[in-house]
Write a protein that binds this ligand. Sequence first.
Ligand code: FMN
Length: 319
Amino acid sequence: MKIKELRIGNIIIPCNVLLAPLAGYTCYPFRILCSELGAGLCYTEMVNCNALKYKDKATQKLLFTTPEEKIKAAQLIGSDPRIMEKMARSDYFSKFDIIDLNMGCPVPNVFKSGQGSALLGDLKKASSIIKGCKKSEKVITVKFRVGIREDEMIAAEFAKMCEASGADMITIHGRTRNMMYHGTPYFDQIEQAKSVVRIPVIANGGIFSKEDADKMMELTGADGVMIARYAIENPFIFSELTHKKIKKDKHTIIFEQIDLATKYYDETFAISYIKRLASFLMKGKKGNNKYKTELYKSGNMPELRDILEEIFCKEREKD
Ligand SMILES: Cc1cc2nc3c(=O)[nH]c(=O)nc-3n(C[C@H](O)[C@H](O)[C@H](O)COP(=O)(O)O)c2cc1C
């Protein structure tokens, strides 16, 4: 795919390969890693506006960042336009340059409460959320799916609504809410949406290789791609796509992530994040199941380091 800079509102991002918001993964250390590997923009995981409103500590932690992170992008989820606006304008986001609005999450509890992908069925409300959040004077992006069900796909209509309401960029996950995380994305839906708006359109869904990224760009005409699950399995996809020379392997990466996670978060958070990340990074390797059990059994950081040394040293020998 052709790598280029992208202008999002008044912000220029260095390249058009983005890291998706991923609950449980895209904390500060992982965003720093992916930026270093070449990702042009890295979002926090979704942050619930109601939880923020009630000053929930765990939710606030998701917004941790430092000046080291050059362009700061957070994702907000909610269904009440007034609360969404209030939170977007609050001090919680004062350090952030970009706020993404989640209009794609398919999870049953989220959907039932009118949040995430439920907004695909209420364009009026979705529009007033975008307009309200825009008053924060931040750059506003929207991430949505192509529809709730396959017999009612609305990507182009929704894209036009986002643009008319003030969104500076949209990311379209080419699957419907009913498809959850499986099946081939509807490339034609993304293509149609791209053809009716002038703001940048990022295509997401099912990119698990360089070839998939090329195909996504070719079939949709999108301005860039966003990678989710494959980024936690193989973060080097960013350096591969952006032709960035990186002298690191997964062993180096996992230990750097431990250092960052323990520096900035408490041990409980760091341990559970590292376990989750490691089990993705070791995907497809021999002896995976045995190591995974040992990985999840480890109760403290020294134990975790020992088992990770064993897992990722083995990998080094193979490489
Ligand atoms: C574990 C997990 C957590 C996710 N968390 C979020 C999230 O917080 N916000 C969001 O917009 N999408 C979230 N997603 C959806 C991804 O950003 C992405 O749209 C989806 O996985 C499709 O991309 P992929 O096929 O490259 O994985 C999540 C997906 C997974 C698998």
